[in-house]
Design a protein around this ligand. Sequence first.
Ligand SMILES: Nc1ncnc2c1ncn2[C@@H]1O[C@H](COP(=O)(O)OP(=O)(O)OP(=O)(O)O)[C@@H](O)[C@H]1O
Ligand SMILES: [Mg+2]
Length: 264
Amino acid sequence: MSRIEQALEKAAQMRRGAPPLVTPAPAPVVQDLDRLLDAPALTPENFCLNHQQKSPGASEEYRKLRAQVVQLTHGLPFRNTLLVTSAAAGEGKTITALNLAMALAQEYDYTVLLVDTDLRKPSVHEYLGISPKLGLIQCLNGEASLDQALVKTGLGKLVVLPAGGTVSNPVEVLSSNRMKDIIRELKTRYPERYVVFDSPPTLPFADARVLSGSVDGVLFVIREGWTRMEDIRESLAGLAEAQLLGVIYNDATQTKQQGRYHYY
Ligand SMILES: Nc1ncnc2c1ncn2[C@@H]1O[C@H](COP(=O)(O)OP(=O)(O)OP(=O)(O)O)[C@@H](O)[C@H]1O
Ligand SMILES: [Mg+2]
């Protein structure tokens, strides 16, 4: 079982309330971001964090997504802060944000930061099989510095800022000046770095809409056989002011064509 499969199995166990199969090594707290540049490279084995990772086309699709994102965001100015959201729950926002961040971390050896701004139901740490004590919430309330809260994943140069828990007033917290300052700091501190934000769904909550005003671009996830057309319309209308970079069609049907697998 690969490291990622173990992490996924553990996350599934945690969701079921059962004790984890694998005890994760404690995640090191990063003191000096420059040291992250020494992280080991991703391997094909742990690249694709996806329950369908046995399908050979999945990691290739994330590479294509990476290529599109790089094309859309490079130039002057470099649009390096990207929000991943969708209309409703369970459409694949977190899994997409994580895979995109890992794919970008592989490209050109970028250091990539993945920030869990789902302060209602954070799950980035669960997918990675880590139990961080500090995160965005502690940075926002002054209990920790960014350097203390950032977690080096060991997956290439992917660094994570976990949510650090949940709050009762996420919209207020995410629209605060402190949050805007943190996004600005993350954007400018290492200007060559992508910062990917995972977020809650847009229809039930205003969180992602609030955040969309502070980032350079929004990636909107649609899940095949799951997302309703009217929800897409309503969601995108709510994001009308945002810089919509594109729509990611997740969990697409895999069909065999001309002897090769394709995703649609
Ligand atoms: N392409 C896919 N292939 C297989 N499973 C998928 C795919 N996309 C999402 N899933 C599964 O669907 C579930 C929800 O995925 P994920 O956590 O990424 O959704 P989400 O949009 O972040 O949900 P939430 O709104 O609750 O945060 C997970 O169990 C995930 O593994
Ligand atoms: Mg999620």
